[in-house]
Design a protein around this ligand. Structure first.
Ligand code: HEM
Length: 160
């Protein structure tokens, strides 16, 4: 039991909230891509068809056939809006609990859908590739971006 408590404390200490400056770097990069909802989801599905296969509306269909549909735009907008909301709340200790609430809800919804840690990691890779190729990107942006995702993923993985 003591061992589990120690592990829990280490886990809690591992999350390093973004400073306001780091959050500004992430917000700056994200602002360059956040209106490319359809392209972002298409990049995720193209790199990882197993993610596409989890969606009843998209499973088994050619990406080129669904990419222009209203359903695709709707789902792309849901995902990208979620990320925009979390990023807008970053870098401020007063809004950290709101991030935790949103991300916990996302993790629980997706656990119920059978989404795996591997798939979340795939999503992270595809998203990071997209942003780093379409926004000004340097070591400082990469470091802040990775820290943000490490924090969010620690919460998600504790619920999956
Ligand atoms: C990693 C693999 C993922 C899979 C396989 C997956 C799958 C799904 C599925 C099947 C739905 C329901 C779609 C529908 O109602 O027609 C959904 C909804 C949703 N997903 Fe994901 N998802 C993944 C990752 C993510 C990530 C990383 C985010 C956010 C950054 C996200 C955000 C959402 C949102 C906002 C919704 C709608 C609200 C909800 O029902 O939870 N998803 N997802």
């Amino acid at each position: 039991m003591k061992f589990l408590i120690v592990l829990a404390l280490i886990g809690a200490a591992a999350a390093t909230p973004l400073t306001a400056d780091q959050a500004a770097l992430v917000q700056g990069a994200w602002s360059k891509v956040k209106t490319s909802e359809v392209e972002i989801l298409a990049a995720v599905f193209s790199a990882y068809p197993d993610i596409q296969a989890k969606f009843p509306k998209f499973a088994g269909k050619e990406l080129s056939a669904i990419k222009g549909s209203a359903d695709f735009a709707l789902h792309a907008t849901r995902i990208v809006s979620f990320i925009s909301e979390v990023i807008s709340l970053a870098g401020n200790s007063a809004t950290a609990p709101a991030i935790e609430t949103l991300v916990t809800e996302l993790a629980n919804n997706h656990k119920n859908r059978g989404v795996t840690k591997d798939q979340f990691n795939e999503f992270r890779t595809a998203l990071t590739n997209y942003v780093s190729s379409n926004a000004p990107w340097g070591d400082n942006v990469a470091s802040a971006w990775n820290q943000a995702l490490d924090n969010v993923y620690a919460t998600i993985f504790s619920k999956l």
